[in-house]
Ligand binder design. Sequence first.
Ligand SMILES: [Zn+2]
Length: 351
Amino acid sequence: MGTVTMSNPNVLDHLNNPSPRTLGRSPLEWLERLQKPTVVHVAGCDRSRTRAMATLLHGNEPSGLFALHRWLQEQHTPEVNMLFLLGGVYPAKIPPAFSFRQLPEGLDLNRCFKEPFQSEEGAIAEAMLAELHKAQPECLLDVHNTSGTGPAFAVTITNDAEHQALTSLYTDRLITTDLRLGALMEYSEQEVPTVTIECGGAQDDQAHHLAYEGLVRYTSRADVLSLEKAEWDVAVLRNPIRVELAPEATIEYRLEPSGQADLTFPPDIEHRNFGIVSPDEPLGWVGKKGLSILTAISHNRTGNLEQVLRVRGGQIYPAQAIKAFMITTNPVIAKSDCLFYAVKATGEPIF
Ligand SMILES: [Zn+2]
């Protein structure tokens, strides 16, 4: 972040130790009052240290903001100074609130944490990085929601004791990836241990609750970077592959295939999330095109799908014991993003 100190000072608003009155009675009221991406500073018991948390980088992922609103309303004094960065205020404010990931004509803010910072979102990203550089926090969390429902997990680009300890404040699953997208965690990692927290679905009360509980742990502990103090043992999943569906392929979620679709998954396939699926457990059904409608991609190349899945009697089975996650039952996401991610049952990459 060394070069990122000349950002425009008018890009962000600042709130210092906000009182309950300035926050509104609900997160929605607070959002109405926010005019720009906002930095919230809260003084801690130990004023020599700071921890940072970014959230709402995606305007339709409100758990972190809900948690922060509640936590600020309760007027806690954190163990150390806290720096909160609320990124996607503009998309979040578009009615109905918290429904737009990014502005309709805008860019995904969490892909803009890289040079040359030229777009409007790039300017926000650059200003956020400048705030982090100025505050020199000991660590940074970036709190998100997933698009479907499903359990919480963390994502990092580094796997060491500090990252596992931070992860354990929220969840016992850590995905590490060599994929680079221009996300906040990639840029900030150069200066400070950074963990992205996916709290679970944007509509899940459980996700909102976890975001709050995690925030209380993050702000109230003297030490959040030692593994001895960790809340849970963390299972690490390295470099998952993405299994993608061909754009022209059709998918159905049914208990039995209708014969019309190229791929059929049972409606409760989401229950497979993070569980181990053995080679004798069927995942779903393929149509006449077989597995040709699917592609398996690692962070840097297309791999051999036969290492992941195979077909017996029209049914799809894992080719080896796998752990799959972010399985979606939303056909739009299945087609536009990916069907699921997977690693070996051991947590190691499939390829
Ligand atoms: Zn997100």
